[in-house]
Design a binder for this molecule. Structure first.
Ligand code: SF4
Ligand code: SF4
Length: 430
């Protein structure tokens, strides 16, 4: 794609990254059929190619972007299906993130939108506030529903009750059973540890059983992905720096083989920490060290000796790929191979893989689009369930679980919960 940046614009590191990507895009359109928003809305401006072009115009022109451009950028899920499909290596992930940051710095959103964005980033990423907010939402659900569509939608995603944690997920360590094979730090996630503590509990039991000693460092914070994908770059960098310091301290004191994430969105962001600090001489090397040893939990489990599975009847399960795992981290085989090895039979969802509409905070902001995407996905899953005795819907991300569970008649669970059950843990429930 040809560009018309001025030499002054080309001096900016952000423009250099954007221009590099624009030059790679050859307009082939291979990314269009895989894009969920293009598939639903049928508008080129809601396709990867259309967004790339609109963002180019926005940056070349400079100044405040039009509300039309903002609308189409806001509608992007950051599912990264377009990156997987692109034969030219366009780095859409960073392209759209820089565009969001530019919009955040130059565009005046309506006050109500700004307030809502501030509310969700503040509440979800702060565990104490999140627990209070969820508890209040459960108690005052009927009253809160009258506060408009967005609050109503938010309240509908809240679980009926909060589950009490059985294991501490704050400043704790858990020794490997038998000989220690590896020592790892586990990221407890921010929404996940409150909405479904059983995921961390299953991860800890499973990793311990397979020879891993686990540390959940004191002061480990939200990874910053939620802020970053909403364009709030400065808040995201503050969170990333704080986590990098905590984790480097852990590496340099007792050593770490891996930093493990069991929430696909957080894992993708940590693996990408180094690119946030490309122009930061203090944090570049440290962030590279963190990204280098960050793994999704299924990547690490695949390298450890598996205990014998206690599952004998080979339960049928449906596996849904979380976009951040499939496209963000290119992990498709590891969870499937583990589930098969531990005795489960996987039924694949037919047709193109599309995002379920969760996408971080997308389902809280783009309510109608997220709802359409959810039903695209759950309708396919429900027709599989109707015709076969499937016992679980399985996925690797709390966002997908929260988005789909209420529309599925069987338990929607995390991969590690099933693997833990197969090796001696409790049977997961919805
Ligand atoms: S990230 Fe997903 S929604 Fe956004 S343009 Fe790419 S495929 Fe479409
Ligand atoms: S597939 Fe890649 S090169 Fe082709 S239009 Fe999409 S972004 Fe551009």
């Amino acid at each position: 794609m040809k560009t018309k940046f001025t030499s002054e614009q080309r001096d900016q590191p952000m423009i250099q990254i954007m221009e590099d990507n624009l030059r790679k895009c050859v307009h082939c359109g291979f990314c269009l059929p895989v894009c969920p928003t293009y598939s639903i809305l049928g508008d080129e401006r809601d396709s990867p190619r259309g967004r790339i072009y609109s963002i180019k115009n926005m940056l070349e022109k400079g100044g405040e972007p039009s509300s039309q451009i903002v609308k189409h950028v806001d509608r992007c899920l950051s599912c990264l299906a377009c990156m997987t499909a692109c034969p030219s290596g366009v780095d859409y992930q960073h392209y759209i993130d820089h565009a969001r940051s530019y919009i955040d710095n130059t565009h005046r959103r309506p006050l109500i939108d700004k307030l809502f964005r501030w509310l969700i980033t503040t509440v979800i990423t702060n565990q104490r506030i999140f627990v209070v907010a969820i508890t209040a939402s459960i108690i005052f659900k009927p009253i809160l529903k009258i506060f408009g569509k967005k609050i109503n939608n938010l309240v509908n995603l809240v679980p009926r009750q909060l589950t009490k944690k059985k294991i501490s997920d704050h400043d704790a360590s858990f020794m490997a059973e038998g000989k220690e094979v590896i020592r790892v730090a586990l990221l407890p996630g921010c929404a996940q540890r409150t909405l479904r503590p059983s995921i961390n509990e299953a991860s800890i039991r499973l990793l311990n059983r397979m020879g891993a000693t686990i540390i959940i460092p004191k002061n480990i914070n939200c990874c910053g992905a939620i802020n970053y994908h909403l364009g709030a770059e400065s808040a995201a960098l503050t969170k990333a720096r704080s986590n990098i310091d905590v984790l480097i301290n852990e590496i340099e004191s007792d050593g770490l083989n891996y930093i493990i994430s069991n929430s696909a969105g957080c894992g993708t962001h940590l693996k990408d920490y180094f690119s946030l600090f490309k122009n930061d001489p203090i944090y570049l090397e440290k962030s590279e060290r963190i990204s280098r040893i960050t793994r999704d939990i299924t990547e690490v489990l695949s390298t450890l000796r598996a205990p014998n599975s206690k599952i004998s009847e080979e339960p049928l399960i449906v596996y849904h790929d979380a976009c951040s795992l499939l496209h963000g981290q290119k992990i498709k085989k590891a969870p499937r191979a583990l589930l098969k090895k531990f005795g489960f039979q996987i039924i694949e969802i037919p047709g193109n893989h599309f995002c379920c509409g969760s996408a971080g905070t997308f389902n809280l902001i783009q309510i109608d689009l997220a709802r359409k995407l959810k039903f695209e996905r759950v309708n396919k899953i429900n027709s599989l369930i109707k015709n076969q005795s499937i016992q679980f819907l399985v996925t690797g991300n709390i966002g997908c679980i929260t988005q789909m569970a209420s529309e599925i008649s069987i338990p929607t669970v995390h991969t590690v919960e099933l693997l833990d059950w197969a090796t001696g843990g409790p049977r997961p429930i919805s």
